[in-house]
Design a protein around this ligand. Structure first.
Ligand code: NAD
Length: 299
């Protein structure tokens, strides 16, 4: 058995950003308009700060307007809602992201419900979730599952009849991923923390999407030879006891799985960069829909 193809999300994401940047530049020249993204960060979670910085910087790099609204950990829910409603009414803002997780005193779904669905570029408003569930392309699709799908399509232009296992059932990754795979004509199983015999479920799958938030849970002997494995997990694990250092690990034991799978994504450099590229793509699409310009790109 040869080693798996390593799916390079970083390079693919850079290609998509280049296409988006060219399109934004054309829009600016021909229509004198630029898409705008607003990102709201509540509190000081270090991982969230890194994600927000990346989104903000990459939006600016492709020529979009981007602004970050930083709020204290103790902000009242009402104040956050007022800020979101301000962005809903602001025609210079076409996409709104509320970085998750929010502090425990906030009702996350109520906050997400406040975002105008046409500006909900994370695709987490119930309207957008409903469009996805109904198989309609009129909504906005969540960025991480969309990024995974793009990576999968490069490996499998047709996924007709393939068995797909999605490990994780969150609203942000697992459930939307399962809907996208059903639309690709896969036979989909959703596994979660109460699933019995996950190992056997995994061994049957042609496609595995690991999104459980459990470091290196998917081992080499869980994977069917030749399967495609997409690792969504981002976990911080300690390097050595007492060293105080940590490294990033996915939900897949890469060293083992690369010897068995047909293709696998690395962490970092797989799904993460695609998530941000899809956010920029969603923002551009939302903008085009809001200003009534025909979509002229395929990113
Ligand atoms: P979540 O905690 O909301 O959901 C985790 C899901 O995994 C739950 O449905 C739970 O039932 C399931 N699960 C937990 N332990 C399990 C086990 N032992 N066996 C089977 N299922 C189990 O997490 P999430 O927001 O969906 O994120 C999942 C992972 O993906 C996290 O590591 C997160 O950091 C990462 N993530 C990465 C990106 C990216 O851009 N790469 C984006 C979003 C999330």
């Amino acid at each position: 058995m040869t080693r798996a193809t390593i799916i390079d999300g970083r390079t693919y994401a850079a290609e998509i950003r280049l296409q988006l940047a060219n399109y934004v530049s054309e829009l600016c020249d021909s229509h004198h308009i630029i898409p705008g993204l607003a990102i709201v960060l509540v509190g000081h979670d270090p991982a969230s700060q890194v994600y927000v910085r990346n989104k903000h910087r990459q939006a600016q790099d492709i020529g979009m307007h981007s602004l970050v609204s930083l709020l204290s950990e103790n902000v009242e829910e009402k104040e956050l809602i007022d800020i979101i409603e301000g962005f809903n009414c602001n025609t210079a803002i076409n996409g709104i992201v509320v970085q998750l997780p929010l502090p425990a005193h906030m009702d996350t779904q109520q906050i997400l419900n406040t975002i105008d669905p046409s500006k909900d570029v994370d695709g987490l408003h119930p309207c957008n979730a409903g469009h996805l569930c109904a198989g309609s392309d009129r909504g906005i699709t969540p960025c991480t599952p969309l990024g995974c799908l793009r990576l999968l399509r490069r490996q499998h232009p047709s996924m007709n009849g393939m068995r797909a296992l999605v490990i994780g059932r969150s609203n942000i990754v697992g459930k939307p991923m399962a809907h996208l795979l059903v639309q690709e004509n896969c036979t989909v199983t959703i596994a979660h923390s109460k699933t019995r015999d996950l190992l056997q479920e995994c061994r049957r799958a042609d496609i595995v999407i690991a999104a459980a938030g459990q470091a290196e849970m998917v081992r080499g002997d869980w994977v069917r030879p030749g399967a495609t494995v997409i690792d969504v997990g981002i976990n911080r694990v300690a390097c050595q006891e007492g060293s105080g250092m940590s490294v990033l690990a996915g939900d897949v034991c890469f060293a083992e799985v690369v010897e068995v799978a047909g293709a696998v994504t690395p962490v970092p450099g797989g799904v993460g960069p695609m998530t941000v590229a899809m956010l920029l793509r969603n923002t551009l699409l939302a903008f085009l829909q809001q200003v009534g310009v025909e979509k002229g790109f395929c990113a």
